[in-house]
Design a protein around this ligand. Sequence first.
Ligand code: ADP
Ligand code: ZN
Length: 634
Amino acid sequence: MIDISPEGEVLETSLGVLNEVFGFDAFRGPQANIVQHVCAGGDALVLMPTGGGKSLCYQVPAIVRERAGQGLTVVVSPLIALMHDQVGALLEAGVAAAFLNSSLSGEDAQRIEKQMLRGELTLLYAAPERLTTPRFLALLDSLHERGKLSLFAIDEAHCVSQWGHDFRPEYRGLVVLHERFAGVPRVALTATADDLTRADIIERLQLEAARTFISSFDRPNIRYQLVEKKDATTQLLRFIRDEHTGGNGVHDAGIVYCQSRKRVEEVAAMLVSAGLSALPYHAGLDAAMRQRHQDRFLREEGLIMVATIAFGMGIDKPDVRFVAHLDMPKNIEGYYQETGRAGRDGEPANAWMAYGLQDVVNQRRMIDESPAADEFKQVLRGKLDALLVLAEASDCRRVRLLKYFGEDSKACGNCDNCLNPPELIDATESARKLLSCIYRVQQSSGNAFGAGHIMDILRGKVTDKVTQYGHDKLSTFGIGANMSETQWRALLRHLIAREAVQVNDAPYNTLHLADAARAILKGEQEIWLRQVSEKAERSRGARASRAGRATTAPEGQPLSLAERDCLDALKAWRAEVAREHNLPAFVIFHDATLRAIATRRPQTDADLDGISGIGQKKREAYGADVLRVVSAFG
Ligand code: ADP
Ligand code: ZN
């Protein structure tokens, strides 16, 4: 094999590729080190948040190594539906790339295999189940024997771990790459960073010898907001109207996550009837419709995708301006992964979640009822609890999120709690009332009861059930009449999050005291509850979040009228090209690139120098068009 050290030279070569092929002038964060390490033939595990720039970490080495005669890079990706666009983006940049998956005809697949064997490809994308077939491995053998198998990139590597949020058993088979193709470097990439998943990836893929590159997981442009659920759909509508709808009534592109298929359908219909552009996406829709909705989301501007978590992995749409959760996810990893799909372009974006008591109860129940082993359930409960603690927190959300991934940081100034510190009220006494009520009820009737009944007793409501069981005679009857049911529910949720109360016996969801109750009842522990006034909630976010949209230049300067017109014309041109090529518009040029063109208004080809995102191939293909569009705006 050709030796492409020394290091300085490697870096220079890869910078050259970054500039020439992708039109970027510098690596971001740890990219340079990763690229250098992988170019030199080292194994790597890359942990980087969504939007951090993982693709270039294997695409640049693939190009550098291919040019040095080392042959093909195989990219393992679980996302058949997205391979077409990923490969399309590389072809637009002038890189010889192709994909092999079940969407191709036998004829097309054969043609690509031939290209691959003739050494005409730099990158080949394939799904893991395809890659690990004896037939395909034999093809790779023949490349390997000739020294033409350069690199394996394993994207979404957390899929190998059952601790990740998207376990794919086929990923387990990828260990064959190490066993069979000794000496071919491997780079595994993921945006999931918790220790358990990380250790599992290393073990399952035998990456013990790999160097691990961990980036900061912070996404400073994302604003985190977690609000108490009252009427979730009304709250959602208000959030979209207040924070993501422009003066012209056009709204941003966003994703709304819901727990169930049914709910997805309902919420999508509700948004549509409120005059917004929204589409449903869940595993119950047929494959063709899912693909169609995904394509529209990627290709059109300002669409809202209402989806279950079946949607989103690998969606590299850069201008998703918000991710909303109408139901609570299972754990922080999932929450972070899903919210991470907002604002990949680095511009301001919102992560908004409404959560309530029912979410907590549902999630707990799903764990309890799952057929998993007890030990495994315990891990799942621990992960859920960590998310509850985040939701109940009254200090900086980002500090807690990052802490969860092992990073220390300072209060961010860009989350709900930083921008609008919630008032804390001392709820110790009320907590004791609630706990003793649960205790007394169970003691007196030998039976446990659900939240609604317990609250009726506390608030002194005489219902049939209350009289039937004689619960109006209890000493705790009516001791909580000073608080509303909403307040009691918030407190109960908090006590569940703190493991003072446990919810059992699905489907009755009866309440029981748990370990942490004792200290509270004995007066050894105080309970402080966050209190966010309705008004504060409404004005949150809205203040700063509409800054920095498409109406702003990359440097943060608002565009002039002429610049706006020019940008609109460029976008119209781009839409045309994207349609012709059957690709999302951002694959042709990013918004940021078009904005830079609109502000700079280049007159000659030389004026295109240094505009980020215009590589050599795109310049040849589109430079003249761009100049022509711009010339109308002298
Ligand atoms: P990830 O896969 O980590 O979520 P991507 O690889 O999709 O992230 O990159 C996110 C965005 O950042 C893409 O639009 C990409 O073009 C851009 N990007 C990545 N690296 C650079 C860089 N060095 N300079 C400029 N833009 C970059
Ligand atoms: Zn903060």
